[in-house]
Design a protein around this ligand. Structure first.
Ligand SMILES: [Zn+2]
Ligand SMILES: [Zn+2]
Length: 397
């Protein structure tokens, strides 16, 4: 097995902290992209810009073999950091609260190691540094601009840090691991009037209230309890003052699901329920559903084989965590080629690394980054065909 050097692992932490200090939002990752390009230049790895702030690099092994894709997302979140770490964000209101700083650093560490060992490497490794995972999404434009085509990627993997799993663990689950994340926008239209004379108006507020409650029937009464659906109304706005009847209410929400068939049925279910309530309350309703990221579905064969491979290499404790209802645009990569979303345990109670991603207090145990680098290398080597004269080849995905 190709091993990262101690110097490489130190550099990974250095890079992670540098990116953590200067977090950038989606499609604004200019400094992050420049840092990636400087690193790749120093390593002599060919690269190209893609999807505005994305970068694709290619490590070519000396021996023929398959092509592995490794993806790291680059963007931060509009959150004011309260983690208390010494290298906290220096950009007001922006924070790497989802660990994408670590994802970039680990992929650079894997790239450095693979490049140093390319004489022993079969196939090629495509490094996919992706912007805007938190929205509006960089994966799809990267694919449309040929990120998986030159050379053609045979299987693709990503890591995501996860504070549910302890540092020293990785999580590999076959099948769905993230949910489809579709957006809902609802406008309820009544007729305004004086708060003292409701019979002269059509109040949009009780109608909207009934809609919020009735929508929960989709998850509670209309979906197989062994399947997963979430309907969340996240905003509800309407009205002018205490004694005026509201003529309009606006609501937005998110629809989450794993099963593609259930996902397809959700917009119609929402419309049927809201149209029925609108008729009952004598209001009009406008319902817009915007499809977001599809569910991430791990290729079952690839997941099982890589889990066994990781155990054989003693990379980490290999767990099988439950899927989540979070969204992740790696889904688009995994729709095109066999894909694997690996969760990287970063939990460590003794340093307060317990808060979930998207929390202002989010921290991670940097000791886990070495596990992540080894995991990325193992995937690349395994897919490529194994080290020369190695018995450890992963085989075809
Ligand atoms: Zn996130
Ligand atoms: Zn994330």
């Amino acid at each position: 097995m190709i091993e990262p050097s101690a110097a490489t692992l130190e550099r990974v932490i250095e890079i992670r902290r540098a990116i953590h200090r200067y977090p950038e939002l989606g499609f604004e990752e200019h400094e992050t992209a420049a840092l990636i390009e400087r690193e790749l230049d120093e390593l002599g790895i060919a690269h190209r810009r893609i999807a505005k702030t994305g970068v694709v690099g290619v490590v070519r092994g000396r021996h023929p073999g398959r092509v592995a894709g490794l993806r790291a997302d680059m963007d931060a979140l509009p959150i004011t950091e309260r983690s208390g770490v010494a290298f906290a964000s220096e950009i007001p209101g922006v924070m790497h609260a989802c660990g994408h700083d670590a994802h970039v650093a680990m992929l650079l560490g894997a790239a450095r190691t693979l490049q140093q060992h390319r004489d022993d490497l079969c196939g090629a490794v495509v490094l996919l540094f992706q912007p805007a995972e938190e929205g509006p999404g960089g994966a799809l434009p990267m694919i449309e601009q040929g990120a998986l085509d030159d050379p053609r990627v045979d299987a693709v993997a990503m890591l995501h840090v996860d504070t549910r799993l302890h540092a020293g663990s990785i999580g590999i689950t076959p099948g769905p691991v993230n949910a489809a994340a579709d957006e809902l926008a609802v406008t309820v239209i009544g007729k305004g009037g004086h708060g003292a004379y409701p019979h002269t108006a059509v109040d949009a507020i009780p109608a909207a209230s009934a809609m919020v409650l009735a929508l929960q029937n989709i998850a509670a009464r209309e979906t197989d309890p062994l399947k997963s659906v979430v309907v969340t109304i996240g905003t509800l706005n309407g009205g002018y003052r205490n004694n005026v009847i509201a003529d309009e209410v606006h609501m937005t929400g998110t629809l989450r699901s794993h099963d593609p068939q259930i996902r397809d049925e959700l917009p119609e279910r929402v419309r049927r329920i809201l149209d029925g309530i609108a008729a009952a309350y004598n209001v009009r309703v406008d319902v817009q559903v915007k499809l977001g990221y599809p569910p991430v579905v791990n290729n079952a064969n690839l997941a099982e084989r890589f889990a066994a491979y990781a155990r054989a290499l003693e990379l980490a404790r290999v767990e099988r965590p439950l899927a989540t209802m979070g969204g992740e645009d790696f889904a688009y990569f995994a729709q095109r080629v066999p894909g694997l979303h690996v969760r990287l345990g970063v939990r460590n109670e003794s340093i307060g690394a317990v808060h979930s991603g998207h929390s202002a207090e989010f921290r991670l145990d940097e000791a886990a980054l070495a596990v992540g680098v080894r995991t990325l290398i193992a995937f690349a080597v395994g897919v490529g065909g194994g080290e020369v004269s190695s018995e450890e080849a992963l085989g075809a995905p």
